[in-house]
Design a protein around this ligand. Structure first.
Ligand SMILES: [Zn+2]
Length: 334
């Protein structure tokens, strides 16, 4: 019997559940609130209830499920199936989510970092489907990344590979959420753009953004900064161009280090790609080894919101020998 996998993308706002075939097709999908603020136990309950619900709605029996695969934000001990720390899930430290879900449902459980899962989804069926090696950068509130090397997720020694958001792009730059200064995330993430705008306004710089935030600086969002930039606001334009510039610097460092030419951008900020793409590309051309610089391709993600579900499921199919990539150009399913 062809078994399916339940892929679950655990976001700060929503839990996205999908029953995925070994072709990558999602045969049923539901989205439920995460309720992260209600605490760890509430989220775990929502995950387990969501799995029960999707099995019930899709009329799928547990014994036809090969495994459950959770794409979770934060640091994962993939050997122990433990979420060691998750900044977006308050109170989550050393949570043995794999064992809890397995004990509750009796189905094998895998946990993968969400950026890694998205990268694998993009490799399998998204913008990276012709690339054995790639970097997928998630651009949202923060900046994450997943690296695919030889068609597999590269985890590194401690499972934390791909944290491109915390590459230093300016040693004298602004404070980052991680405690360091001048990380890519401090310039090119949603939080980075907001913080830099607030900082500039406090220093007295003029911006047309003021007309969009009648109730104070708490109303600043990256979308509003992008909109103001589009309308020609100089300060917003400067910050958006900086976001592109530092992203380009980080990409060229990565491309020089690993000789990987496929870079995929994923996440909420990618919808404003056209505003920062030019500045990003200039840096990539300027800083990447000349014989390689023109080959570096920065692509928008192909799967968008389903990348986490599909990628998480794909990891289980690959582990079980049911998903094999034949070459850089083709893949096949057994
Ligand atoms: Zn950082």
């Amino acid at each position: 019997m062809n078994k399916n996998v339940i892929g679950i993308d655990i976001g700060g706002t929503n839990l996205r559940f999908g029953i995925v075939k070994k072709t990558g097709q999602i045969i049923h999908k539901i989205v439920r609130p995460t309720e992260a603020d209600a605490g760890k136990n509430a989220v775990i309950k929502n995950i387990i209830n969501g799995i029960d619900e999707i099995l019930y709605i899709a009329k799928v029996k547990k014994n036809s499920i090969l495994g459950i695969s959770l794409a979770a934000p934060g640091f994962i001990d993939i050997d122990k199936n433990i979420i060691t720390f998750s900044p977006n899930l308050p109170g989550w430290r050393n949570v043995n989510l794999g064992r809890i879900v397995k004990d509750s449902l009796g189905i094998p459980v895998t946990i993968e970092n969400d950026a890694n899962a998205a990268a694998f989804g993009e490799r399998w069926l998204g913008a990276g489907r012709n690339s054995s090696n790639l970097l997928c950068i998630t651009m949202g509130t923060g900046i994450g990344g997943g690296i695919i090397l030889d068609n597999k997720i590269w985890h590194g020694d401690k499972g934390m590979a791909g944290e491109i958001g915390h590459i230093t792009v300016n040693p004298d730059g602004p404070l980052c959420n991680c405690g360091n200064y001048g990380c890519l995330e401090a310039y090119s993430s949603g939080t980075g753009i907001i913080n830099r705008m607030i900082d500039a306004m406090k220093k007295g710089k003029k911006t047309a953004l003021l007309s969009m935030i009648k109730n104070g600086i708490n109303e600043i969002t990256p979308e509003k900064v992008f909109l103001a930039a589009k309308k020609g606001d100089q300060l917003s334009l400067e910050l958006v161009k900086d976001a592109g510039r530092y992203l380009g610097i980080a990409i060229s460092d990565f491309a020089n280090l690993l000789n990987i030419k496929t870079i995929i951008l994923y996440g909420g900020l990618v919808s404003s790609f056209s505003l920062f793409a030019k500045r990003m590309k200039e840096e990539i051309i300027k800083r990447t080894i000349p014989s390689f610089s023109k080959e570096v391709r920065v692509l928008k993600a192909g799967l968008m919101q389903d990348a986490g579900i599909i990628g998480a499921a794909g990891v289980v199919f690959q582990k079980n020998g049911l998903l094999r990539f034949c070459s850089v150009r083709h893949f096949r399913n057994n």
